[in-house]
Design a protein around this ligand. Sequence first.
Ligand code: IPD
Ligand code: CA
Ligand code: CA
Length: 262
Amino acid sequence: MLIDDISAVAQEAGEIILSAHDLTVKSKPGTANFVTDYDIRVQRFLQEGLLAILPDAHFVGEENDCTDDVFHGYAFIVDPIDGTTNFIRDYRASSISIGLSLDGEIIMGVVYDPYRHELFTAEKGNGAFLNRQAIHVAANPLSNSIICLGTTSYDRSKTDLTFTLARRLFDAALDLRRSGSFALDACAVACGRADLAFEATLNPWDYAAVSCILQEAGGKMSQLDSTPIRLDRPGSIVCGSAIAYREFFDNEFWKIKHTPFS
Ligand code: IPD
Ligand code: CA
Ligand code: CA
């Protein structure tokens, strides 16, 4: 099956991450934005492996300005290492994220955490799985929720917005978490370890795969102003269990001085 073939490529790529040593680190535009030789290597490995499975697919990857048409036919939307800063510091919270779209709609998502050997998968209409066991979002009210935040650390113009929203949510919930890999945060929501995740700006390769996993696990994802996510450009993201997501919008947490989010 297609999803098994894609998962096998992700798991093999995970071995490259686990075997990493003597990294070469370079800065990218913005603050605290890095790329290593392993980001490039893993992306190359994924591109070869995935296009061997679906040779006619388009391919979008974070590194090397790898953009392509995501609205016609199949397109892989890939983050070779989500959590590069963690990877550089051996913090051991990074993942490989592979979304597959068909004519502009995400139909499959695979996220692999090589450190925990956790494989999150979903196919549109067929449920979501962690290591092949079905997963589902939790059913906690916001007052009993764990909220994951992303800090958009590369773009400090979003800092006030991020922490104002974080403060509001902290006051309304149990506690906050920051893993450093948005894909892992959203997977934590999908399997009920957390309840809501948000970030002021992310790129399609950060959320393409998890959008499918989350939805198939019974959760919801959109931009912070409730408009749909975009596969062709960056945007804000909030995702959660159906309950936490609804409370987020019912309470208008996102309305901060009417500042646009993306
Ligand atoms: C980053 C991670 C992080 C999020 C950043 C992302 P990268 O991805 O997902 O959690 O806060 O905004 O860019 O750069 O490590 O692939
Ligand atoms: Ca990323
Ligand atoms: Ca990355």
